[in-house]
Design a protein around this ligand. Structure first.
Ligand code: SR1
Ligand code: MG
Length: 429
């Protein structure tokens, strides 16, 4: 944590009154909203961990306004956080828009000094995590998110970029250190030690939390992952790609909130999706309305996860075959038939390594949502504490095994089978 709250000249946190006056001075926003400021309705709706979020509606349309606060909203002013995260979010959103088009919200206006982004209002889209808690199926999602990940990760990697452009991207995102530090501490370190902000379902899971802190094998495994996160600048990551960072309808998907963006290991983004699908799968028992009511939905969650990984792998490989423009694996070295065949084998091996990273990072992200500071409502909203603890114990057990025995999880099918098995194995925490 940095020592004091950032003071930026001209910056002030908005409220509904100040925001109306501010937006009335921006032609592009006035055009979207229509009418005059007194006709606009403005509500602060932020329920995330870090920022202010306003929904603004006028006679002609609406916008969403996101403004960074100089501290972590979830914790308060005792945890300062730089406003520069809006700069990195804007840069990542612009790059993601270039690479994926309509899979991210349109930006109407960006104000660097106010650390404020005015975006397309996503309506009737909802946060995916909420939809999955209500057992809503999203038939387009596997195709959309696999395209998003394949395109953003491939085209910002050394497979597509020349070394100078790749290094320029590393330089551009290198300053997002405070957001990376949150991840380094909250995902890779705190759940495995006594830390002030840790929390879990207590006393039910006290023995689990203690065992996780004493587990040398697990702490080595998570430290290897942390080293990879710290040192492997493979591609531009979204950096926080959980189901709370996705807004969608059954027909349309938008990825939001890339303020944790930086150049890091690809498996971290893919692992976030895997982790959040597994957590939702294991949380479904806590939301069952009547016996068997969620059986079909649980299958949909795992089958969609399988489709996401399979489609991602295929799309990433296709991009590599069609766009071998980077300085890694120079195509001129593999022109003849034998070289081309070897390169194809290497591509498959590359994806296998990326899968192994994905399994490890997914495990780390599951554990942090149960033993660390920031939890998932998939589990938090289970009212029956015993049932919730049982769902969480299953997730912890699966995640531990994925992290220390990653080699046993060589395919998405093995992960799906293990998720099904852990529900059968653990009847009570
Ligand atoms: C203090 S921030 C906690 C978490 O919220 C964000 O969504 C990230 O997941 C971060 O780790
Ligand atoms: Mg977020």
């Amino acid at each position: 944590m940095s020592a004091s709250i950032e003071i930026r000249e001209g910056y002030s946190p908005q409220n509904p009154e100040t925001l109306a006056a501010y937006l009335s001075g921006i032609d592009a926003v006035r055009a979207v909203l229509g009418g005059e400021p007194p006709q606009w309705t403005i509500a602060e709706v932020g329920d995330g961990n870090l920022n202010l979020v306003f929904i603004v509606k006028g006679p002609a349309g609406g916008v969403a306004v996101k403004q960074a606060l100089p501290y972590v909203r979830l914790v308060g002013e005792s945890w300062p956080l730089p406003l520069s995260r809006a700069h990195y979010e804007h840069m990542a959103l612009s790059e993601q828009a270039r690479l994926t088009g309509k899979l991210v919200p349109h930006i109407h206006h960006y104000d660097e000094r106010q650390a404020l982004i005015v975006m397309e209002l996503l309506e009737p889209h909802i946060i995916m995590r909420r939809g999955m808690i209500d057992a809503v199926e999203y038939p387009r999602f596997a195709d959309d998110i696999s395209s998003f990940m394949a395109r953003t990760l491939y085209f910002t990697s050394d497979l597509a970029l020349t070394a100078d452009r790749k290094k320029a991207m590393i330089a551009a995102f290198a300053g997002n250190t405070a957001l990376c530090k949150i991840t380094e501490d909250l995902i890779f370190t705190d759940p495995y030690r006594v830390a002030e902000l840790n929390r879990w379902t207590s006393p039910e899971l006290d023995t689990y939390a203690a065992r996780w802190r004493e587990d040398g094998e697990l702490k080595i495994a998570v430290s290897r992952l942390k080293l990879k996160f710290l040192s492997s600048a493979e591609a531009m990551l979204h950096g926080d790609l959980h189901t709370g960072s996705i807004m969608l309808t059954p027909e349309e998907t938008r990825v939001i909130d890339p303020e944790f963006a930086f150049m890091g290991p690809m498996g971290f983004d893919v692992g976030a999706i895997v982790a959040n699908f597994l957590l939702n799968y294991l949380a479904q028992d806590g939301h069952v309305e009547s016996p068997g009511a969620r059986d079909g939905y649980r299958d949909w969650v795992l089958e969609t996860l399988e489709r996401i990984w399979t489609a991602f792998r295929e799309k990433f490989l296709a991009l590599w075959r069609e766009n071998p423009t980077g300085d890694a694996y120079p195509i001129s070295l593999f022109a003849e038939a034998e070289g081309a065949a070897r390169l194809e084998m290497e591509r498959q091996a590359y994806m296998d390594r990326l899968w192994a990273d994905t399994v490890g990072f997914a495990a780390a992200k599951m554990i942090r949502r149960i033993l660390g500071l920031a939890h998932n409502i998939d589990l938090e909203w289970i009212k029956d504490r015993e049932l919730r603890a049982t769902c969480e114990a299953r997730a912890l057990t699966l995640a531990r095994d994925m992290m220390v025995n990653t080699a046993a999880y060589g395919s998405i099918a093995t992960v799906m089978a293990a998720a099904r098995q852990v529900r059968r194995d653990i009847a009570h925490y």
